[in-house]
Design a protein around this ligand. Sequence first.
Ligand code: ADP
Length: 246
Amino acid sequence: MGLTVLKVGGAVVENAESLARLIADFAAMEGPKVLVHGGGRSATAMATRLGIETHMVDGRRITDDDMLRVVTMVYGGLVNKRIVALLQAAGVNGLGLTGADMDIIRSHRRPPKGGIDYGWVGDVDRADGQRLASLIREGVVPVIAPLTHDGQGHLLNTNADTMAQTVACALAPYYRVSLRYAFEKRGVMRDPDDPSTLIPHITEADFERLKADGIVSGGMVPKVENALQAIRQGVGEVLIGETRIS
Ligand code: ADP
């Protein structure tokens, strides 16, 4: 049976109009499904309001004790529960989860590398696909925030694209999985500002070339890496584009 894992980026869930569109599109999607969301921009805005500075290295958030509190509140609380309430209003039986809930996704704290300590950032060790599959079989639609845990009481901030890939791979033994990365643009493009330059298909070899040429850059690099990893691990297809992908 087919199952969709939809990952939505920060810009989509943080704007009321695009969020409403996302909810409508997601509600209309047939079959079993999972939603994975980001929320980085909201976390940054909340941190600023609380007088906490945001530090990013290569687009990645340094998660010290204070920032972990902020992302836990924003990702696990505000963004996640808002999406769940909107899904319930649309007749979708959403269940908001972090990786800690039911021990769905376990990770370990990333060790400092190249002189950079990312703090409370978790690299995934394992995901409980069986547990997720049994929830889904009961008609539940998991809504997953980008937080994991280490099994020793620590929550960890984990990249949402990686969360989606992890969930898709964990469900691949049970379903034919379609993984969709939705963000504010039409897809991967030769010129990110020109939709007519959309790249319709990317292989491993294409990606190496696109990366070397600087055509795929920034947040798109880990996204495509996650996409290719998912394909290597049994996910049926990966689509990168807008929410309304057919
Ligand atoms: P998300 O919204 O899912 O968090 P990211 O911000 O991490 O997504 O990555 C998407 C961003 O990647 C786009 O907004 C764009 O600025 C950038 N990008 C880099 N290269 C490309 C490309 N070739 N095509 C489209 N977007 C690209």
